[in-house]
Design a protein around this ligand. Structure first.
Ligand code: HPA
Ligand code: ZN
Length: 326
């Protein structure tokens, strides 16, 4: 079998995708029109011409303004529905998806509209296509800690619709410790915890240390700089901490997919996984990410299967549901 066919047929689990990062140019233009929002471009080609990134910051500068087109509950439904249908077409069986409520709340959109739209899409796609999923609310780390706490408080009445809390956006000057109280409260409320420790940012290994030892997250998003600190790598090994890696995204943010590092961790038995991050912007959903990694470091079919086993193992699923995938 061709590698691409093997990857296409593999049952998949996606754990690191930002719903707002799945906004394809066609939907962006349709929502802009529907809501009367001027985004400055009027064709798919014009939109794509603005997608020039060589760092996390240059990506975020395009990513956040685009969210202005998301206004009503139906807009959030349409965005999540389109992503989930596309994931289903790549044989994704389960997806945990991030979203950034603070950005929407800052524009006057209610937490309720965001979470209800996304949740209804998850329910409909599970019913119609058999793809299950869950929502992970992300804290935008370059906003103040008080704003994060307000967002968590706004989320708590809907906490049955959310499986966990994450941390994303610009990492420079925004260490995990800034949000210790917010994450402690989320844990007390029964939410699972993860954090972005993006590739090659400032103080990355110290951020990984804070996330693992002070906040005690269950997973690290990206997090492959852990290989630079043998002691922290040992913590990851002993706890079986999952890493949600995104090779194509890494290529944009750092100029390097970090394929040998990801493959090295996989081959040492660390629970690394392969994910898409912001597929509408970086031009690759989960299958393309698996294929890019497999080609770069010659992964065997058994290693590709192991990547997906890792993902189902670290997913925040009840054990009886997990057993159906493993
Ligand atoms: N890193 C940080 N923030 C983000 C990302 C990412 O990869 N994608 C969307 N927001
Ligand atoms: Zn991410």
């Amino acid at each position: 079998v061709e590698l691409s066919e093997f990857v296409a047929g593999l049952p998949k689990c996606e754990l690191h995708v930002h719903l707002e990062g799945t906004l394809e140019p066609e939907l962006k233009l349709a929502l802009a029109e529907r809501n009367g929002v001027d985004i400055g471009q009027s064709t798919v080609e014009e939109v794509r011409a603005t997608y020039r990134f060589d760092s996390l910051a240059s990506f975020l500068a395009v990513y956040y303004p685009a969210m202005d087109v998301l206004v009503t509950e139906q807009d959030f439904y349409d965005l999540a529905h389109a992503y989930l249908v596309r994931a289903a077409s790549q044989n994704v069986r389960y997806a945990e998806v991030f979203f950034d409520p603070q950005v929407h709340m800052g524009r006057g959109v209610s937490f309720e509209a965001v979470v209800r739209g996304y949740h209804r899409a998850l329910q409909d796609v599970e019913r119609d296509l058999g793809v299950a999923g869950a929502l992970i609310m992300c804290i935008v780390r370059d906003l103040p800690a008080a704003n994060a706490m307000e967002a968590l408080d706004a989320a708590l009445p809907f906490k049955d619709l959310i499986v966990g809390l994450g941390l994303d956006s610009d990492e420079r000057g925004n260490p995990p410790a800034k949000f210790a109280e917010v994450f402690a409260k989320a844990r007390d409320e029964g939410l699972h915890l993860t954090m972005h420790c993006d590739i090659d940012q400032e103080n990355t290994t110290e951020h990984i240390r804070q996330a693992l030892e002070d906040i005690r997250v269950e997973r690290l998003d990206h997090g492959t700089n852990v290989v630079e600190d043998p002691r922290l790598l040992q913590v990851v090994r002993e706890r079986g901490t999952g890493l949600t890696c995104c090779p194509i995204s890494n290529g944009f943010v750092t100029g390097d997919m970090k394929a040998p590092v990801i493959a090295g961790l996989l081959r040492e038995g660390v629970r690394v996984t392969v994910n898409s991050d912001d597929p509408a912007y970086f031009g690759g959903y989960v299958a393309e990410n698996l294929l890019a990694l497999a080609r770069a470091v010659d992964l065997s079919p058994a290693e590709l299967v192991q990547l997906e086993r890792n993902a189902f193992e670290i997913a925040w699923l009840p054990d009886e549901q997990r057993a159906r995938y493993l």
